[in-house]
Design a binder for this molecule. Structure first.
Ligand code: PEP
Ligand code: MN
Length: 336
């Protein structure tokens, strides 16, 4: 349920309400909006709405009907804006996260990072730990890759988004990452979701290969309910019977997620299609559909990339996409 606090409520009244919530063995989640403060309470609450409605400073109590609570628009009507490195994700400006699928060498990541920086990108993606279908494929440079990401971050000032695959690695990767990426294959790795939920790092949560939107939002709920309010949802395509693409990018997921949840939504047309030529048109469509940004795989020479080369765009395709996005943003009332 949500306890909506009166705008004129005093600090003492609010702390009294919080005390009561805790006395009942429940966990309060406070959200201070521009106009309203609300307290989310999760747990067995059968007769509690009436009880809280009687307290001083309470305007009303609303039950949340959807299975995901803290992630829902009912809980928070205002869209969440996440600030990273001077970039806002979920605001008017769309956020571009770009870079190679995997960090392959110091030279490779520096070259791509400088190119992106020159093009105004503020968030660099690159996997050090790679979840590969085959155990014989390149698994990422792991700690060496993290080291390069840390160096490139220091030199360029770019924020880093990189994947964490297991709870044991969360602390180590958090030292370098500005955003922790939870990959599609780990969307329902609940121990991992709990671990990143206990950090103070924003989390980019990718939709599972066969996950419904409700399952995605329930996974976001794991992170939120563990105390981390900074979750970014990512549509990256789902498995269907279609074989011309690697995945089927679910365009309707974007406006739906924006309607169901206050969390920012990012689109990944690279994994969403698996086909280089489809990345720009699908990426542009995602922005038209209301996405708050794009996650795009970029490499200086995609034909030499150690992973996901066929869906990776090169520098000139990326520059062209950026200039097209500028016009699209203008039409959609967004900024780039
Ligand atoms: C990636 O971003 O490189 C990746 C592995 O993505 P996904 O988890 O969506 O497959
Ligand atoms: Mn990839």
């Amino acid at each position: 349920m949500i306890i909506v606090i009166k705008p004129e409520a005093t600090v003492k009244e609010i702390s009294e309400i919080l005390k009561k919530v805790k006395e009942l063995g429940l966990k309060p989640h406070i959200s201070k909006g521009k106009e309203r403060t609300i307290i989310g309470v999760i747990g067995r609450i059968d007769t509690l709405p009436e009880f809280f409605e009687g307290l001083k400073g309470v305007e009303k109590v609303v039950r949340i009907l959807s299975p995901f609570k803290l992630a829902s628009r009912e809980f928070k009507n205002e869209g969440t804006v996440i600030k990273i490195n001077g970039v806002e994700i979920g605001g008017k400006k769309i956020a571009i996260m770009a870079g190679p699928c995997a960090v392959e060498s110091r030279e490779q990541i520096f070259e791509i990072a400088y190119f992106l920086k020159e093009n105004g990108v503020k968030i660099l993606r690159g996997g050090a730990y790679k979840p590969r279908t085959s155990p014989y494929s390149f698994q990422g440079l792991k700690e060496k890759g993290l080291e390069y990401l840390s160096e490139v971050k220091k030199e360029t000032g770019l924020a880093i988004v990189t994947e964490v695959m297991s709870p044991e690695d969360v602390e180590k990767i958090s030292m370098v990452a500005d955003i922790l990426q939870i990959g599609a294959r780990n969307m329902q790795n609940f121990a991992l979701l709990e671990a990143v939920g206990k950090t103070d790092k924003p989390v980019l949560l990718k939709r599972g290969l066969m996950a419904t939107l409700e399952e995605l939002l329930m996974s976001a709920e794991y992170i939120l309910s563990n105390g981390n309010p900074r979750v970014i949802l990512c549509e990256r395509g789902i498995r269907t019977f279609e074989k011309y693409t690697r995945n089927t990018f679910d365009i309707s997921a974007i406006p739906l997620l924006k309607r169901l949840s206050h969390l920012p939504v990012i689109a990944d047309p690279s994994h969403g299609t698996g086909v280089r030529e489809l990345v720009p048109p699908v990426g542009k469509s995602a922005i038209v559909s209301g996405a708050d940004g794009l996650l795009i795989e970029v490499h200086k020479d995609p034909s030499k990339a150690l992973s996901d080369g066929f869906q990776t765009i090169d520098f000139s395709m990326f520059s062209k996409l950026l200039s097209e996005l500028k016009e699209i943003c203008y039409v959609c009332g967004r900024d780039l």
